[in-house]
Design a protein around this ligand. Sequence first.
Ligand code: IMP
Ligand code: MG
Length: 187
Amino acid sequence: MTQRAAIPRGDCLRTLISEDRIQARIREMGAQISRDYAGKQLHLICILKGASMFLADLLRYLELDVSIDFIALSSYKKGSTTTGEVQLTKDLDFPLDGRDVLIVEDILDTGLTLNYLYHLLLSRSPRSLKIVTLLDKPSRRVQPVSVDYVGFEIPDAFVVGYGLDYGEQYRQLPEVCVLETSEGVLK
Ligand code: IMP
Ligand code: MG
């Protein structure tokens, strides 16, 4: 039986994307990426912490020679409100020179994080640099980001689960849910 997170009083979770749909889509994305990089070595950069569950599942569907690294950035100080500024809080362990690099992100929202990271990593001379995101909220975009692989486009609502958190809670849910608190739906 799946162990569910304890839901704080006043919070309400509504399933937006079920576990089955997530897994089926990641399987498709894994097949597509495997075809696109056939015969190459792929270096995956996971953005901590939210994309860790997506990375773990995507890896299992890649029929390629892969290596992984992790980077951490912060733009959300707490809860659901962005501060607008991006900070590097944990750098990569390996250089990128000459590698085919794929950034793995959980959700593309305003675009501030991926815009910052894309240019930072481009300055480290990878052979190629692409982005895969599980979720995309196109209506929220502030800075343009060119994404190569998108799992699901979602409406403008704050979501949790499948790695995504609200104040560090709910990351362990196997599905993506819209979070409503006692103050209503968060944006
Ligand atoms: P952006 O810089 O505004 O594109 O936001 C990217 C980051 O904000 C993501 O990597 C998430 O960590 C966080 N984020 C954006 N939207 C949500 C959401 O709906 N739920 C949880 N985290 C979110
Ligand atoms: Mg994130």
